[in-house]
Design a binder for this molecule. Structure first.
Ligand code: G3H
Ligand code: 13P
Ligand code: ZN
Length: 333
């Protein structure tokens, strides 16, 4: 048993309370490799933003859970080396799907876990979430739950279309499970293709897709039922078109990739939405930078010469999200 407290990590409780009161959101960035982690920590340290490092099932399979945890531990020391005196870094399990995987993360030094029972029948979601909460809270590990189903792919969970969270269920769910935060479905979805072209309109000037707005009425109704309760938005990448364009003009093929417009995330960040999950945008930044080097310098074969620019581009992206979208800069001096 390793306590996250010994590793210099923090859980989400205080982060979220401050974010709700302050009208900003905490960035939750997924990481799978060293360059991504370096970029996240550099951006957070330079902006003094609290940050959540997320580890998905895919990341555990790709990079190994043990290695990722030690990397997060190293990240705390790296942050201090960068001059961030009191880093506020949370290590979070993203989309945990069983009690066992959540327990193994709690036992191994994670400071927060998500149990995603959103694909289960309501009562089963409650029972599983409650079991995880009861275990995690013994060690002061915070728990994120999910109610409502996002469109697209949620790790193994496939949903044909989005099923918005039902506001009339949230009080019962939060009370009976004891969860610390709730991921909701209001129209976001995972990946770089968040909406089908037929769900969007097209900008006549650029020909780019313009997505439909998020269901802020559903968010408002949830906040009315659970005043001050921490709400989480998954699937919140914006799919920056400049990256899509670089990818498409440098040998890639990502037609009609579309995300959530930043002004909608800005609006959400000012509400009880206090955690915003971003993964795909970092993948796009990385891929765009790598493709550019491959096309412009075809003789290059040192991975540092293309992973380095990719890391710089991700750092730029993370800082932009922190400062211009979530407003979490300067909140962890
Ligand atoms: O929730 C989805 C995240 O973007 C993680 O994706 O399972 O491919 O690592 P992944
Ligand atoms: P994106 O695919 O929009 O980046 O969402 C990531 C996410 O929700 C991770 O849990
Ligand atoms: Zn997610």
């Amino acid at each position: 048993m390793v306590s996250y407290k010994e590793l210099g990590l923090v859980n989400t409780r205080e982060m979220f309370a401050k974010a709700i009161n302050g009208g900003y959101a905490i960035p939750a960035f997924n990481f799978n490799n060293m360059e991504q982690l370096q970029a996240i920590i550099k951006a957070s340290a330079e902006t003094k933003s609290p940050v959540i490092l997320q580890v998905s099932k895919g990341a555990r399979n790709y990079a190994n859970q043990t290695l990722l945890r030690y990397m997060a531990q190293g990240a705390v020391e790296y942050a201090k080396e960068l001059g961030w005196e009191h880093p506020q870094i949370c290590l979070h399990l993203d989309h945990g799907d069983t009690f066992e995987v959540c327990k193994s993360c709690v036992d191994f030094g994670f400071s927060s876990v998500m149990i995603d029972g959103s694909s289960l029948p309501y009562e089963e979601n409650i029972a599983l979430t409650k079991k995880v909460v009861e275990y995690a809270h013994q060690y002061d590990v915070t728990v994120e739950a999910e109610l409502g189903v996002l469109a697209g792919v949620e790790d193994d969970v496939q949903a044909e279309e989005s099923h918005y969270t039902k506001p009339e269920e949230v009080i019962d769910f939060a009370t009976r499970t004891g969860c610390d935060s709730l991921a909701i479905s209001i129209g976001t979805s995972h990946g770089a293709y968040k909406f089908k072209p037929e769900q969007c309109t097209r900008d006549p000037q650029t020909g780019k897709l313009v997505p439909p707005p998020l269901a802020f009425d559903v968010l408002d109704a949830i906040m009315e039922k659970l005043p001050g309760f921490p709400i989480v938005l998954h699937g919140s990448s914006s799919v920056p078109q400049e990256y899509v364009d670089i990818i498409n003009t440098h040998g890639g093929k990502m037609p009609d990739a579309v995300g959530i417009p930043e002004e909608q995330l800005r609006k959400a960040a000012k509400s009880a939405v206090c955690k915003i999950n971003i993964d795909s945008d970092s993948r796009l930044a990385f891929t765009a930078a790598v493709r550019k080097v491959f096309v412009e310098k075809p003789g290059e074969f040192d991975p540092r010469k293309y992973c380095g620019p990719a890391r710089d581009e991700m750092t730029k992206l993370y800082k932009h999200k922190i400062i211009e979208v979530l407003g979490s800069d300067g909140k962890a001096e």
